[in-house]
Design a protein around this ligand. Structure first.
Ligand code: GLC
Ligand code: CA
Length: 533
């Protein structure tokens, strides 16, 4: 099944595509336990096909004690019982394939759960067979942790295993021990994991903490950050020794070779949490490492013309022929309708239009298509141990993980009426999926229109991007055969268009489609338009 030929034009199928991040637990609950699951997703594939996405990336599906909601894996070859079975996953791949959609899984190679059999065996004895799968070090002279590396909560990243007298390292929670990538057995184990899922028809992986994996062999202290505004720094340290090690690139070269041995080629999409475009570009290698790496500076930029245009221009030039990835919401950073929209649906619509009209690959987060906003989850209902009660001074991640409101019945079409969903279901300014589907000018209608335009004009390759005009109130650019003009101010503006730009294909307000334009266009407050040329 795996080594079949791919259709022509499918070779770099991710270029110009739209992937949809499905946070399975919050998408659709098929059995009324309050948690979304794989059969629930299968039952809604028609919706995703109607919307026009090319693939679905599933947030972690593997068995896990859920201290970090699946990002603490206890078995890399299974399916979390709460989400379904291996048969359900096979059925999902089959059903998605029939609809020409691909399925990507989340892979967590930086660390395992402390309940993974490797770690259970490794604990307690220096001679354990899997001891070297993890990062161990002796205490300092006074029994203190081996170095200054911190974990995701701001505490020391080292936890003492009293029985063996050594510390193990964790970049995240103490129940997420980091793997030791200096050990060739770890490489072999992950190569098996990759081929196991590739052979099952999985189209690729989103790779968690892709800039992690290797740790400095000498365990040198991380230096303090130079610039306090440096987004890559955490708790005042630049994590150059506990992350971003050069040896990690060799892992991706190896995995890319494996990905290439399949047809269609399997996709490696890294969660590359780096803020320098050149650092990002390094993860693409010479087109021999990751095909895609998330662009966090874009997601964290304010909805301001000059800032966004600079991020896009810098990314495109740093990546060269590499394919950029644009995303504005996810399960960690919350939702763009809150960040960019800030209570004004015109801004949310503008943000969506820009996001979906950039060259390369676009990743939508479930609910982006209806303008879902962050939900203030009260302390008693919070479920994410990593950020509960703003632990580590971080925003509560549950805000962006709440269930999708499908309709306006009790249970919101997400779960059964009498059931409490695992996280509260928020109100969406523009209404539920069903309400918006009945309204062609809705945010959902806009998303569908934009994805159709993208498929028609920007898919199949990385469309050429050209900046035409940037000022504090406007950003005008060409992308493939289209021109995008955006007004970032609360008042109407007139914008000059390049020769040839002739008809409005889509406006973020959905009210001037097919209008003919020549030379100049008037843009309403926070309006964005896509024009054919
Ligand atoms: C990634 C995930 C996040 C998780 C962390 C540790 O950043 O997106 O949700 O907590 O890795 O696995
Ligand atoms: Ca369920």
């Amino acid at each position: 099944m795996s080594h079949s030929a791919s259709a022509p034009g499918e070779r770099r199928w991710w270029e110009g595509s739209v992937l949809y991040q499905c946070y399975v637990r919050s998408f659709a609950d098929s059995n009324g336990d309050g948690y979304g699951d794989l059969p629930g997703l299968v039952a809604h594939l028609d919706y995703l096909e109607w919307l026009g996405v090319d693939g679905v990336w599933l947030s972690p599906t593997m068995p896990s004690p859920d201290h970090d909601w699946g990002y603490d894996v206890s078995d890399y070859l299974g399916v979390h019982p709460e989400l379904g079975t291996l048969d359900d996953l096979d059925a999902l791949i089959k059903s998605a394939t029939e609809r020409k959609m691909r399925v990507l899984l989340d892979l967590v190679p930086n660390h395992t759960s402390s309940e993974h059999a490797w770690f259970v065996e490794a604990l307690g004895s220096r001679d354990a067979k899997t001891r070297d799968y993890y990062v161990w070090a002796d205490p300092g002279p006074d029994g203190e942790p081996p170095n200054n590396w911190l974990d995701a909560t701001g505490e020391s990243g080292w936890t003492l295993d009293e029985a063996s007298g050594q510390y193990y390292f964790h970049n995240f929670l103490e129940s997420q021990p980091d793997l030791n990538w200096w050990n060739p057995q770890v490489h072999a184990a992950f190569e098996q994991v990759l081929s196991y899922w590739f052979d099952r028809g999985v189209a690729g992986f989103r790779i968690d903490v892709a800039h992690g994996l290797y740790k400095d062999a000498q365990l040198r202290d991380n230096p303090p950050v130079q610039d306090p505004g440096d987004l890559e720094g955490r708790f005042g340290f630049d994590r150059i020794y506990s992350m971003n090690r050069p040896e990690t690139h060799e892992v991706y070269r190896q995995w890319r070779e494996m990905a290439r041995s399949y047809a269609p080629e399997r996709l490696l999409l890294g969660e590359t949490w780096v803020f320098e475009p050149d650092r990002l570009a390094r993860y693409y290698g010479e087109d021999d490492e990751l095909q895609l790496g998330f662009n966090f500076p874009f997601a964290f930029a304010p909805l301001e013309a000059e800032v966004l245009a600079k991020v896009v221009g810098d990314t495109v030039s740093a990546l060269g022929t590499g394919c950029p990835v644009w995303m504005a919401s996810n399960h960690d950073i919350g939702r763009f309708a809150s960040r960019w929209g800030a209570g004004d649906e015109r801004r949310t619509r503008l943000g969506l239009l820009l996001l979906t009209m950039l060259p390369g690959t676009v990743v939508l987060y479930y609910g982006d298509e209806i303008g879902m906003t962050d939900v203030a989850v009260p302390p008693a209902l919070q479920r994410d141990p990593m950020t509960m009660g703003n632990r580590g001074n971080r925003p509560v991640r549950d805000r962006g993980r709440t269930p999708l409101p499908w309709d306006d019945t009790a249970g919101r079409g997400f779960t059964r009426a009498a059931v409490d969903p695992w996280l509260p279901i928020g109100e969406v300014p523009g209404g539920s999926v069903a309400a918006q589907r009945a309204e062609p000018g809705s945010m959902l209608g806009l998303t569908r229109e934009l994805l159709a335009l993208r498929r028609e004009h920007l898919s199949g390759s990385v469309a050429p991007y050209g900046e035409l005009e940037v000022a504090s109130d406007r950003w005008i650019f060409s992308v493939g055969p289209l021109v995008v003009a955006a007004n970032f101010s609360g008042v109407a503006i007139r914008a000059a268009l390049p020769p040839g730009a002739d008809a409005v294909r889509c406006s973020s307000n959905m009210e001037r489609e097919r209008a003919v334009v020549q030379g100049l266009i008037e843009l309403g407050p926070y309006e964005g338009v896509v024009i054919s040329s």
